[in-house]
Structure formats: structure tokens, C-alpha cells
Design a protein around this ligand. Structure first.
Ligand SMILES: C[S@@+](CC[C@H](N)C(=O)[O-])C[C@H]1O[C@@H](n2cnc3c(N)ncnc32)[C@H](O)[C@@H]1O
Length: 193
């Protein structure tokens, strides 16, 4: 089991469903993820820490849609879709709620096998699926925040992201464990090719 750290206890104290909430808060502080955003799609959202932060980010008038293969308990003002992000039918369900988003978030992690190359490949598969969805639903000028495990496919994935966005930065928020190979790619100014 993972060590319970400062962010774990802080999340419990402050009512966030995951310590991951602080990663998104830190990314928002640095990059203004939710500035002017009215609609946010959160891929791989369970248990819902990022959804809570997105809800705060867009305010009461905004639309927040979350997707995960695992169910979550409901969050006020959030539409949750239980589905696999890799399946086309899941995208269709998202589009039936909202056709265009200002921000797409993706914090996907596969079931880890413990074999690094396998886990990296599986995670990259989910990150690529998220990028494909973002390309379908993002407004021009929109923002994508996406987790990617560093490994052999990371550089080529980053180049793919760069083809579609005017501004791309990679970063590791303080709340991300030092021992974790995860990086966060923040891509702004989406351009439909
Ligand atoms: C690190 S957690 C996300 C934490 C979330 N950002 C939060 O703040 O609570 C990763 C999630 O990816 C989801 N996931 C993995 N593969 C998926 C898939 N194919 N479709 C949808 N969700 C998936 C898992 O069920 C898990 O809930």
C-alpha cells in the first residue's frame, strides 16, 4: 500500500476525494487551466478529486462531465458517465451531454502489472485515446491536461500533442510523488488541423 503523505491527510481534511486534486490545483495555479472555461471533460475521473477542482474552476454555470470505467458517488453539478474511454460509444455518450469543451483533462492509469514496460505501454494507450477524444471535442483555442508515464513512447507522444496545440509544457506538480514516473503535459491553444 502507498504511504499516506501530507496531501493524503490534507485531502481528507479539506473534503477532496483524492490527493490527486492538489496536482490539478497546482497546475491550475501555474497555467490558468480554467480561466474563462465553461465546459470541462475529465477522462478517467474516479474517485473524483479532479472533478471537484474542475467544478470549482468553472463555477455554478459551467458544465463538468466525468468519465471512468469505475463508478463514483455523485458530485453536485457534475454529469458522470460510467464507460471505457477507448470505446466509441463512450464518446457518443459524452457528445450527447455536451458537444464542445474548453478543457479536457486526462489522469488515466491502467491496472498496474508491476512490469514497467507493460505499464508504460498501457498508460500510453490510454493517453493516446484521451488525445483522440480531445481532438474530437475541444473548441479551437481549448486546453488539454494529460498525464503520461515517461518511457520509450513518451517523446513521440509529446510530438503528437505538439502538432495540435500552440503552447505545450511538461511539468511535474509538487503533489506528484517524486518516485512516480508520471509527467503532466499542459497543452493550450488547440488548433483543429
Ligand atoms: C489516478 S486515477 C484518476 C484520479 C482522478 N484524477 C481523481 O482526482 O480522483 C486513474 C483512473 O483511470 C481509470 N481508467 C483506467 N482505464 C480506463 C479506461 N479505459 N476508461 C475509463 N477509465 C479508465 C481508472 O478506473 C482510475 O479511476
Amino acid at each position: 500500500m502507498r504511504r499516506k503523505d501530507h496531501y493524503y491527510y490534507r485531502a481528507r481534511r479539506e473534503g477532496y476525494r483524492s490527493r490527486a486534486a492538489y496536482k490539478l490545483k497546482q497546475l491550475d495555479k501555474k497555467f490558468g487551466i480554467f480561466k474563462g472555461a465553461k465546459a470541462v471533460l475529465d477522462l478517467c475521473c474516479a474517485p473524483g478529486g479532479w472533478l471537484q477542482v474542475a467544478r470549482e474552476g468553472v463555477g455554478n454555470e459551467g458544465v463538468v462531465v466525468g468519465v471512468d470505467i469505475n463508478k463514483i458517488s455523485s458530485i453536485n453539478g457534475v454529469t458522470f458517465i460510467c464507460g471505457d474511454i477507448v470505446k466509441e460509444e463512450t464518446l457518443n455518450r459524452v457528445l450527447s451531454v455536451c458537444e464542445e469543451f474548453d478543457v479536457v483533462l486526462s489522469d488515466c492509469s491502467p491496472n498496474v502489472s508491476g512490469i514497467w514496460s507493460v505499464d508504460h505501454e498501457r498508460q500510453m494507450f490510454l493517453a493516446r485515446a484521451s488525445l483522440e477524444i480531445a481532438k474530437r471535442v475541444l473548441k479551437n483555442g481549448g486546453t488539454l491536461v494529460i498525464k503520461a508515464f515517461q518511457g520509450s513512447e513518451y517523446a513521440s507522444f509529446l510530438s503528437e500533442v505538439k502538432q495540435h496545440f500552440g503552447f505545450v509544457r511538461t511539468t511535474k506538480p509538487e503533489a506528484s510523488r517524486k518516485t512516480s514516473a508520471e509527467m503532466y503535459i499542459v497543452a493550450k491553444n488547440f488548433r483543429r488541423l
